[in-house]
Design a protein around this ligand. Structure first.
Ligand code: SAH
Length: 395
């Protein structure tokens, strides 16, 4: 096995079990290793720190498989790690009212770069770095054995793989091709989703807890659901007894799926409306029209992909919050989210506070929201926390 020598003083994050080795931490690789090959990681003084997957094209040059140099990196290791990850979700897996669930969340589940989502009888995987890509066949074989399913499909994100020097990858890995539309049941809410064309692996499973929270607060309320996608929050609001939900999204295909999802749940069409528009412009028009809401949900796409884009992103979050707050009646609720890893919670809270101030309103935070428990945060790996949200009461 090749050895990867770190620079002096660059072992401290690994000693805290953080799994990434950045290019700047590396003194040299003794010999050459293929992408995904297992290498032994050594501190500058020669101590063995563990074993990692080599990724020559990425700024994250190696990802740790283990901090125990005696552990073998083989098919058994993947079977054990996958089984443990799935077992941690046992209660969700056995719940017929929770047929959509993330089974593996990368570094937080000690499987760097691997995501596995379950939608009913199908699994959808993302292989986002060289390490898991090199072990794809073993991982797929283990998943087949561990989770009874009809098919396993790959839906890796092309841009993430590109940073790793990997070609795009999408398609069937094993079993039956998933149908064009899969259906999941989430506490009685039915959602149709497309694993081939949808966002991420097809659905925003990470918002589960927050859909539940909205449902619990929505009775009798008029809701504006911005960045509605396929109707995730809108359907939760109607399930909770909202009197009406107005959904806005700029993607016509997403709204078509949303429409089908509202119908799938049997809601009367007088209780919802769908508008295909740019939310930034649509909210300004609504303000002119004088229409006001009891609850406004803002769940925009990731405005900042990297730290470099973060100022522009901060302005966009503030602008959309300012527009949303202006549409709330006094005492109304703002559900506002950011899934940009580059915007942390204190900053997001400040952006929201500034927007409320600029809108000439006052407010308080009732709830802090995060990603659901099937997207856990690795204690040594704070980067796995990406979804932040606030429920604010606005006077
Ligand atoms: N709230 C959704 C997920 C939102 S994803 C859920 O829980 O399922 C972000 C959505 O924002 C996408 O559907 C995308 O089409 C939409 N979007 C992106 N930019 C937009 C814009 N400027 N105006 C309106 N919608 C936009």
């Amino acid at each position: 096995m090749k050895t990867l020598h770190l620079n002096k003083g660059r072992d401290s994050s690994l000693l805290r079990r953080h799994p990434w080795v950045f290019s700047g931490a590396i003194d040299r690789l003794a010999g050459s290793a293929a992408p995904g090959e297992t290498v032994r990681v050594l501190a500058a003084d020669g101590r063995v720190l563990g074993l990692a997957a080599w990724s020559p094209s990425s700024q994250i040059r190696a990802r740790m498989w283990t901090f125990d140099a005696d552990e073998r990196i083989d098919a058994d290791l993947f079977t054990r790690r996958l089984a443990a990850s799935i077992e941690r979700r046992r209660a969700m897996l056995d719940d017929p009212q929770r047929t959509g669930c993330r089974l593996v969340y990368g570094e937080a589940d000690e499987l760097p770069g691997l995501v596995v989502d379950r939608y009913g009888d199908f699994l959808v995987c993302q292989f986002q770095c060289t390490g898991v890509d090199a072990w794809k066949a073993e991982i797929v074989a283990a998943l087949q054995r561990l989770v009874p399913c009809r098919g396993i499909y790959e839906r890796s994100e092309a841009s993430v793989r590109q940073r790793e020097g990997l070609p795009p990858a999408q398609g069937l890995l094993w079993g039956e091709e998933p149908p064009a539309l899969l259906e999941i049941n989430e506490n009685g809410r039915l959602y149709g989703l497309s694993v081939a064309h949808g966002h991420k692996t097809g659905f925003y499973l990470d918002q589960f807890d927050n859909r539940e929270l909205l449902r619990s607060m929505a009775s009798g309320q008029r809701v504006l659901n911005c960045f509605a996608y396929t109707g995730g929050f809108g359907i939760a609001a109607l399930q909770g007894g909202a009197s009406h939900v107005r959904n806005v999204d700029s993607s016509a295909p997403s709204l078509e799926l949303a429409q089908a999802n509202f119908q799938r749940n049997g809601f009367d069409s007088s209780r919802y409306a769908l508008h295909c528009a740019n939310a930034f412009e649509y909210l300004r028009e609504l303000k002119q029209s004088g229409e006001r809401f009891d609850i406004v949900v803002l769940d925009p796409p990731k405005f900042a992909e990297t730290k470099a884009q973060f100022q522009r992103a901060a302005r966009a979050y503030k602008d959309i919050a300012l527009q949303g707050v202006a549409l709330l009646r006094p005492g109304g609720l703002l559900f506002t989210f950011s899934c940009s890893g580059a915007i942390d919670l204190p900053l997001f809270q400040k952006i929201t506070a500034d927007a409320v101030l600029d809108a000439g309103r006052r407010g308080q935070i009732l709830h802090y929201m995060h990603q659901a428990a099937d997207h856990p945060v690795g204690l040594p790996f704070p980067e796995s926390l990406y979804l932040k949200g606030l429920v604010c009461r606005i006077e």
